[in-house]
Design a protein around this ligand. Structure first.
Ligand code: TXA
Ligand code: MG
Length: 351
């Protein structure tokens, strides 16, 4: 199969391309598309066959459910039942936007799409191309991130192409995505809402509108070995080919430790990389120094993290280091993804 790569910026939507993309989905094919978080790999959410194709293209285990993307709040009622009041409150505050809600699924949603579960993940993305495409596709697009299972989620079309060329009919290229980490997932099927995956919509923001909101305890705790409730969170993810290590502690001790580790690695003939803020760029002598932005700018870290991990792979970097970030706000999502990329390898620098 030839994958058709079409440039489709949100400022000047190519209506013909969107129509074609919609037609592909309605006839059972797959189209990758931009959202505000990462690129998605879309198929018809109401077709078991389309969902099977998505799993095959990603090389993803079929017990790992897909998110159903909609383009109108009221469409939530067609795919979910017993919808709690909280879902409408959240929709009003955060949709369209980077928030996915877990609800009880309606009959119409096939088990192939939900990985065998009785619940369904629903999201209304804040991206003009995504919305126009979902509408043309019939209103219900199942879409995981458009990467091969285990690799970092794509934030640029060229990474979608790298992973999906020949496996999907079309790629809508909307340029670089804005947020860079996947949507927050909140489970509304429990008495107290639970965050299954942290994202741009933070725990603080959710608590402000809902009151009590907990965090799946398996999420950030390095030592917790319980299975997370979002099936996808149990797999090794975002893994670069080399080895990423997170270093925590006092900033001065952290940079001394990283310098020492870099020196040891290069003595052993290994190719090294570091992820740093602009302020720390000059500190390190590594084969590849990747700057995320200003030290305080966690949104820039989120936006660049997955791209940097892929660039390290392109440069065949073997040993990578990054300082731990504070886990408040979007920092929670960033650290969650970094811990996974590092296979939970985190060391403490002592003064
Ligand atoms: O930002 C995003 O959410 C992106 C864009 C494309 O929308 N999508 C995305 O999908 O990240 P994916 O498939 O890579 O991650 C979906 C996560 C998985 O961890 C999956 O296990 C969880 O959502 N999930 C989906 N349905 C679920 C359900 N019914 N119950 C619990 N977890 C669910
Ligand atoms: Mg994913």
């Amino acid at each position: 199969m030839q994958t058709k790569w079409v440039i489709c910026p949100k400022e000047t939507i190519d209506k013909e391309a969107i129509c074609q993309a919609g037609e592909i989905i309605r006839s059972g094919g797959l189209v990758a598309f931009p959202t505000e978080t990462v690129y998605g790999l879309g198929g018809d959410a109401l077709s078991p066959d389309s969902s099977r194709k998505i799993y095959a293209a990603k090389g993803r285990p079929s017990d790992n459910p897909l998110i159903v993307h909609i383009c109108r709040v009221e469409d939530m009622k067609k795919i979910a039942v017993d919808i709690p009041r909280q879902a409408y409150v959240l929709a009003e505050h955060f949709w369209p936007g980077p928030l996915t809600m877990i609800l009880k699924k309606a009959e119409i949603v096939p088990k192939e799409t939900t990985g065998g579960l009785d619940t369904v993940a629903v999201r209304l993305p804040d991206h003009e191309v995504a919305q126009a495409f979902i509408e043309q596709a019939g209103g219900f697009v199942a879409a995981p991130s458009a990467n091969v299972s285990g690799r970092p989620s794509p934030t640029l079309a060229k990474y979608v192409y790298e992973d999906m060329n020949g496996k999907i009919e079309m790629l809508l290229d909307g340029g670089q995505v804005g947020i860079g980490v996947e949507s927050t997932i909140i489970d509304l099927t429990e008495d107290i809402p639970v965050i299954l995956r942290p994202g741009h919509v933070t725990q603080e923001m959710l608590q402000q509108v809902l009151g009590e909101v907990c965090l799946d305890p398996t999420m950030l705790d390095v030592t917790n070995t319980e299975a997370p409730k979002a099936p996808g969170m149990k797999y090794r993810h975002y893994a670069p080919q080399g080895e990423l290590t997170i270093v925590t502690g006092d900033p001065a001790a952290v940079s001394d430790k990283i310098k020492q580790l870099l020196l040891e690695d290069s003595k052993n003939g290994r190719k090294t990389g570091v992820i740093v803020s602009r302020q720390d760029e000059h500190l390190y002598d590594a084969d590849s120094v990747k700057v995320t932005g200003d030290r305080e700018d966690m949104a820039a870290v989120a936006r660049s993290l997955f791209r940097i991990l892929r660039e390290f792979d392109e440069e065949q970097i073997e040993c990578m280091y990054v300082q731990a970030f504070p886990q408040d706000g979007i920092g929670q999502a960033v650290m969650n993804r970094m811990l996974k990329a590092a296979g939970h390898k985190i060391i403490e620098a002592k003064e």
